[in-house]
Design a protein around this ligand. Sequence first.
Ligand code: NAD
Length: 519
Amino acid sequence: MTQTPATSTRPHPLLVSLGLVDHPRVVIDITGNETPESDGIIVVTNPSTGEPLAGVRLDDKDSYEQTTARSVEAFKKFRLVPAPKRGELVRRIGVEYRNVLEELGSLLSLEMGKIKAEGIGEVQETIDIADFAVGLSRQLTGITMPSERPEHTMKEQWLPLGPVGVITAFNFPNAVWGWNAMLAAVCGDTTVWKPSLLTPLTAIATNMIAEKVASEMGFEDIFQLVIGTDDVVGETMIADRRYPLISATGSCRMGRRVGSVVAGRLGKCLLELGGNNAVIIEPDADLDLALKSTVFGAVGTAGQRCTTTRRLIIHESIADSFVEKIVKAYETVNIGDALDDSVLMGPLINEQSVQQFENAVSEAVKQGGKLMTGGERIDGKGGHFVKPTIIRAPANNELPMAYNETFAPIMYVFTYKTLEEAIDMQNSVDQGLSSAIFTGSSNSAQRFLAPTGAGSDCGIANVNLGTSGAEIGGAFGGEKDTGGGRESGSDAWKVYMRRQTCTINYGTELTLAQGIRFE
Ligand code: NAD
């Protein structure tokens, strides 16, 4: 029996308007049953409905090889282009993204399942980093330092590094590439992007725009994509010495593998891995502000942000009343299709994520956690929907499940007596990405941010705002099992360049450092 092609006659309008239907990688006439092994195609589904959207043709080792070889050749030419001119390239790319902001953001929501406001916000983040990178293109400055030798000068300069391999997670299928690629471009590097197989359509649409602008300016092959399985493409890329830098965003499991393979060839790695982020709420906090921020941090993107609030650590004197309020707020959250404007929480990415959510809830309850709200999947809507969930830890605060990052909207609640106890609790997990405190006391805030390092041990520490929703101006990333990488603003650009220390003798004598005489 022949199966009817699932999407042949009516591709989604966003695939048409963004030009994906004409892209050689995108296959519209699919049955929905294609596999990487038998057809070399991955089927992309809409997590809000469970329906197939399109097929995407995968790279094999040969096409990976061709892409990488082109990137190496393109790098040799691109590094000769003056940095401000590379900035002009990035400026034009930012303009193109502005022109398709709503459509590209909507495609992202269609494919990934974050609500439209967040989908558009993610593309806005790429525009913001493009703007940042334009300014940076005139500020890739080194320093000079005094030489100890007469008639010598010393300076440091920053040079283009080479092709950068960018591996991204499914939940940020546009902005994480933007953070990397916009900075890499002004630094004179080419990028080859390996996106998640769960969200390749957004990656194709995003990269296509950058590629087109680059080609129009005569810079072919600056931005390329490889889409393939981890076995065939991912593993080959991380072991490939032609990538001096691998920037990898994803789970701690992936980071351990990527980190060890890249270290084995003495390459550089920028790791942006999982989080297990907590909010501490002091009794003197503005509780309305804390409530709104915590709900956004825990429920936004259906708990599928690396910076999602996964633990609430609240002073025992206000815990019962605050939990009661937050449970009420959770029950008003409108859950549904990510493209529906009235929806606040979309689906999880797939059925496997729903099962992981269910397993985490049942395990936490077995361990003595008390389910305050949610805890179950929502059937009958077609997509992968679950209820946002709050689980309160037992009085002794022992709840081993809370040490895992389950990529779903589950928040565990703990109580404390002293701020020291709360900070210890917040620092007690393996990951160290984002953290927050709500307090009206500047002393408590300062203790949380203590310059001694005795406060939060995370890469991000916020006062009176939640754990998620970072701006591009700061360096983004975390410590411990989060991998130690920093991306985006501040001086994160330095990782995309190589540092060179130059000493120049403008005299006629040979003078050795440390006063060594060699005569
Ligand atoms: P994942 O680890 O399953 O996959 C991430 C990427 O790594 C994908 O592109 C995947 O194909 C690739 N990958 C996996 N194994 C590989 C290998 N051996 N070689 C090469 N590539 C390999 O993660 P996910 O489910 O897509 O995303 C969710 C995770 O990402 C969460 O843990 C989340 O916290 C984390 N994340 C972190 C940040 C951050 O900035 N810290 C941002 C977004 C997501």
